[in-house]
Design a binder for this molecule. Structure first.
Ligand code: HEM
Length: 453
């Protein structure tokens, strides 16, 4: 009872802190955006690229895409896939890209299917990118993405903890424990160890993935007092465990068994192995989903958060891994809206457009999800079955002055959400999922990240 009361009190305090902050900051939005629009000429937000015309196997570590190690000002972040694409020039080598460039790069370089590519790209872009300039950093916050929309928007790049980036990564630390975006040699040793113990011929395969995924979760539960394992992290954590055994395996083998040499290349060195071939056909949800389900089912888990190290509180009222549409709705209504509570004018147009592009990927999965409109249904909204009609928006261009308008603020990222305890569950808290109110941690706003071994 004492524990329950303390938890409820903590939850209320967090609500009290969080909500007024959003309201007051949100009120500045229109003025600042208006000023920005007046000072900057328009930029066009194009529709996302379509599927590859030729999605057959081909060598992607080719003469046109040589590996060049990142320079001191080039952004690299928590995603070994995107880091590698930048270091081979499939993405701009400085790590600053448009969503369209990201879709192109992951399709070209690794052969992701178009729906899956749009789902990943716009998920990341909506919460870590700059809707006003149509640019995102694949690492830390950068002046090259232009002046930010007003807080509580962060536009912190992929390193921003508690947004796309989350806890229990395979080769990166949890943010409250250490560096959440650079390669971690100790964790990689564990990756090798689990591959040796559980994988065929010492490879990282589906069994190794299932055991390592579970091990990292158990470690975060035990060690990270602020461990968060609710949507959308539950989906990305299991998915990323699968990405490595699909996309990092040479398409000529395509046996879902990642050798340790290739793992070292991608995770640590951020380059493709010599003569590397991409997947032999576009890989979309139908390939990824069953593998994700397989590793989850080996160690099923209710989403939850830690209230102190070793004290994992299940949150069964939040979307579970199999509830894809619930995860989508939670993402749009809680996270996107938390960052952009009251957008107006061109900022609103850009967000609605990107939400549409995101939903195109969701709809392409064929799960029957209903589109959610956090800002009301725009009058020109189109259905994803007619993506060509989504049009493009004219947005302000940026004359970027490095350092302009770039603060390393530790703003509260996400709103707390009301949660109704499910009767019969072992949920002990009352009202709020505290850990979803992540803060942009100091190590998530660093200017640059290259690998450290
Ligand atoms: C634009 C699309 C993508 C975005 C926005 C993205 C973003 C991210 C982010 C933010 C993380 C860190 C999550 C965390 O550990 O907290 C991550 C991890 C990861 N990504 Fe990506 N990613 C994308 C595409 C890809 C692709 C195409 C691949 C594979 C070719 C890939 C492979 C991985 C892997 C294996 C991890 C796990 C790293 C680890 O746990 O140590 N990603 N990605």
């Amino acid at each position: 009872m004492v524990k329950f009361a303390a938890f409820a009190l903590l939850a209320l305090v967090r609500v009290a802190i969080a909500i007024p902050a959003y309201q007051s900051l949100g009120g500045l939005s229109q003025r600042e955006v208006d000023l920005f629009i007046r000072q900057n000429p328009p930029v066009v937000i194009p529709n996302p690229p379509g599927p590859l015309v030729d999605d057959s196997i081909r060598m992607v570590n080719d003469a046109d895409h040589p590996f060049i190690a990142p320079g001191p000002n080039d952004m690299r972040g928590p995603c070994p896939g995107l880091n590698t694409l930048a270091s081979h020039g499939y993405l701009p080598r400085n790590g600053i890209a448009t969503p369209g460039q990201l879709v192109d790069a992951i399709q070209e370089g690794f052969n992701l299917g178009n729906n899956f590519a749009k789902f990943l790209v716009y998920q990341g872009f909506l919460i870590n990118g700059n809707p006003l300039t149509n640019l995102i950093s694949i690492g830390g916050k950068s002046p090259l993405t232009g002046p930010d929309p007003p807080a509580p928007a962060i536009v912190g790049g992929l390193n921003t903890h508690g947004t796309f980036e989350g806890d229990t990564s395979m080769t990166r630390s949890d943010a409250v424990i250490g560096d959440n975006h650079n390669f971690n040699e100790t964790l990689f040793s564990q990756f090798v160890d689990f591959s040796t113990r559980f994988g065929v011929n010492g490879t990282y395969d589906i069994n190794a993935a299932a055991e390592l995924r579970n091990q990292r979760i158990q470690q975060s539960m035990a060690e990270n007092p602020e461990f968060v394992f609710v949507a959308p992290r539950i989906l990305s954590a299991y998915s990323e465990a699968i990405f490595a055994l699909i996309f990092f395996v040479d398409g000529r083998q395509n046996n879902r068994q990642l050798t340790m040499d290739a793992a070292r290349d991608f995770f640590d060195l951020q380059h493709m192995p010599e003569g590397f071939n991409r997947q032999p056909a576009a890989v979309d949800f139908p390939v990824v989903d069953p593998l994700v389900t397989t590793i989850f089912n080996q160690h099923p888990l209710t989403p939850g958060v830690n209230q102190g190290a070793g004290n994992f509180i299940p949150q069964p009222q939040t979307p579970v891994l199999s509830d894809f549409c619930g995860i989508y709705e939670d993402f749009v209504t809680r996270i996107v809206k938390g960052l952009y509570p009251n957008p107006q004018g061109p900022l609103l147009d850009a967000l609605n457009l990107n939400l549409n592009f995101f939903f195109e990927g969701i709809a392409g999965r064929g799960s029957g999800c209903t589109q959610v409109f956090p800002y009301g249904q725009p009058s020109n909204a189109s259905t994803p079955s007619a993506p060509a009609a989504t049009g493009s928006a004219i947005m302000p261009t940026v004359s970027v002055t490095p350092g302009s308008n770039m603060t390393e603020s530790a703003a509260t990222v996400m709103p707390t959400i009301s949660a109704t305890p499910v009767s019969g569950s072992n949920f002990t808290g009352s009202a709020v999922i505290p850990a979803a109110s992540a803060t942009a941690s100091s190590n998530s706003t660093g200017s640059n990240s290259t690998t450290s071994t």
